[in-house]
Design a protein around this ligand. Structure first.
Ligand code: NDP
Length: 287
């Protein structure tokens, strides 16, 4: 138990943001200011926290944020109009629409309206397709962050048995694709998977993106495995926790990411990386 390593997402995210700051600085020296448009519709409190954290990261890194706080009753047409305008504006390197959107706005329509050149969340079908066939494009921030977390903490992926629990379009599915791109042998488990514990116990690398507080215990973990916890929840005592029961998981795992301080900060760091990359590409033509 004492041998379980804590994977420090906060420190690795700080390192990535520092690299981003240097790249933003060198763009600035060429007269290029990187700007991210952040659009929030309505005032969902969880969304407000995410938006605030993203803007704060922009500040740290030297990215300007163009902030749009639209009222709850904004129509789809109005939002699409703003996105079209931002698509055209050269000084805007990335467009982020904070999800979820109010009921009168169709998320798919909105995501499709963002120019793939500015799709820093990596949710546009063009970005998803490029990721799948291995062409350069924006990678979704959470799964890309998990890959960086593994690489930078010295966990090799090539040839390893990887199990991803969850198959959502924003986490589970792209996570599986990125692990495959790194030459992992990947299994995707979900709510219809039979004998989930046994499937998970095959994993050298287990990624929990299941959305169930503290579901993953030592019974799901092969001794020595690296366990990545994507979940974010508030428990009955209003404390943050993940999909992994960290105390129990440590009995079996070789390494675990904490919540908070694991995947969360990595997601934001990868958003910064995508913004800088977008500016580098828009202004120099290098991808
Ligand atoms: P979704 O609810 O969209 O997906 C959950 C997935 O888990 C589904 O594929 C579902 O299967 C599967 N699942 C649910 N219950 C079980 C079960 N009992 N056994 C096996 N599989 C199950 O969640 P997201 O992918 O959007 O997010 C996952 C978690 O990650 C959430 O806690 C979310 O808050 C967090 N998150 C964290 C981020 C970060 O920055 N750290 C970013 C995004 C999300 P099926 O498809 O069959 O229904």
């Amino acid at each position: 138990e004492g041998r379980c390593m804590k994977i420090d997402g906060k420190a690795i995210a700080r390192q990535i943001k520092e690299e981003c700051r240097e790249r933003a600085q060198s763009l600035k020296e060429k007269g290029i200011q990187v700007n991210l448009a952040v659009i929030q519709v309505g005032s969902d409190p969880a969304s407000s926290v995410y938006v605030r954290n993203k803007k704060r990261a922009c500040e740290e890194v030297g990215i300007g944020s163009l902030s749009y706080e639209l009222p709850e009753e904004t129509t789809e047409q109005e939002l699409l109009e703003l996105i079209r305008e931002l698509n055209e504006r050269k000084e805007c390197s990335g467009i982020l629409v904070q999800l979820p959107l109010p009921d009168q706005i169709d998320e798919k329509t909105v995501i499709n309206a963002i120019s793939p050149e500015k799709d820093v969340d990596g949710f546009h079908p063009v970005s998803v397709g490029k990721m799948l066939i291995g062409e350069p494009g924006f990678l979704p921030c959470t799964p890309a962050g998990v890959i960086q977390l593994l690489k930078r903490s010295g966990v090799a992926i090539e040839g390893k048995r990887c199990v991803v629990v969850g198959r959502s379009n924003i986490v589970g599915k792209p996570m599986a694709v990125l692990l495959l791109r790194e030459n992992g042998t990947v299994t995707v488990a979900h709510s219809r998977t039979k004998d989930l514990k046994a499937v998970c116990r095959e994993a050298d690398i287990l990624v929990a993106a299941v959305g169930k507080p503290r579901m993953i215990t030592e019974e799901y973990i092969k001794p020595g495995a690296a366990v990545i916890d994507v979940g974010i929840h508030r428990d009955e005592n209003n404390r943050l926790c993940g999909d992994v029961d960290t105390v129990r998981a440590r009995r079996a795992a070789g390494a675990v990411t904490p919540v908070p301080g694991g995947v969360g900060p990595m997601t934001i760091a990868m958003l910064m990386d995508n913004c800088i990359r977008s500016a580098e590409k828009l202004f120099t033509g290098i991808s």
